[in-house]
Design a protein around this ligand. Sequence first.
Ligand SMILES: Nc1ncnc2c1ncn2[C@@H]1O[C@H](COP(=O)(O)OP(=O)(O)O)[C@@H](O)[C@H]1O
Ligand SMILES: [Mg+2]
Length: 327
Amino acid sequence: MSDDGGGRPETATVLFTDLVGSTALRQAVGDDRADELRRLHDSVLRDAIAAHGGQEVKGTGDGIMVVFGSAAGAVSAAAMMQRGVDRVGRRAASTISIRVGISAGDVVWEGNDCFGTPVVEARRLCDEASADQIVVSDIVRLLAGSRGGHEFRSLGALELKGLAAPLAAAEVAWAPEQPARTPFPAPLGGVEAVRFVGRIDELERVWTSWKRAQAGDKRVVLVSGEPGVGKTRLAAELARRAFDEGALVLFGRCDEDLAVPYEPFVQAVHAYVGACAPDELADQIGPHGGDLARLVPELAERLPHLPEPRHPRNGLPGDGLGRIPPC
Ligand SMILES: Nc1ncnc2c1ncn2[C@@H]1O[C@H](COP(=O)(O)OP(=O)(O)O)[C@@H](O)[C@H]1O
Ligand SMILES: [Mg+2]
């Protein structure tokens, strides 16, 4: 690619994106949240462009125009963009989606902009695509071949505004990322060999508390009783049922002779810090990372840029750095 005012034609793959319903999103979530989502959207797009060797040509208001040297690279970047935007939406519990159009052929560079029929086609295919869709011209499908292992579904010939002849097009199948799931805590497992019996009232009460917690009414349930009466088993039964519904289950315990302050919490968070992907962890702990790292120092190792603790020392035992000494 060159930027020497009006050069020879070059074969290129051109990609356009468009953020769907950006005005409605702004109305729904407010300006601050919409700006934040916009930044996350931009960084998803930038990462996908960099990962597949694209060159960003220009912004188009709610999207971007990118040129790739490889058709398969452009399709892979589009799929990565869709997965990334889907991840942003899921984490933010917001509906945010993009459409993508791609075409290929000869283009001409003028300055830092690029022109030609493939540019017009890609723009029109993007306009034609629905939310979450990637639509490519058939030439892109042919050029990509089997590279990248993408699945193309024919859309037939599309009539596109401003183009004389219908354009054969296909959509690219993509699947959302499956977030890694924190496993069920091992110490609570392995009891299923003996079926849970009775305890109908107790189970009903803890289950009701779980349902109320799910509705946003935070709950703590304390179970007391003689040793061997079935406290751990009741907790394990609730945990298993909640886990089967998709809940995150963390486990910690302590002995009567306390060894580490806050030990059950330290154990529970420690296990989670080890199991969770760093960016998901960062999302979840939000501004509390500095405080939590005093209980679980591994957190600071996994996320080096934690905020300062919001409650200095906070009455916790520890050294001058706010860390709790090992027992
Ligand atoms: N409702 C139940 N159904 C089946 N087995 C149970 C039940 N409650 C307790 N048990 C079994 O009895 C034993 C002691 O229970 P446990 O939950 O460890 O008691 P606690 O925690 O109160 O000391 C365990 O082997 C447990 O699996
Ligand atoms: Mg017990």
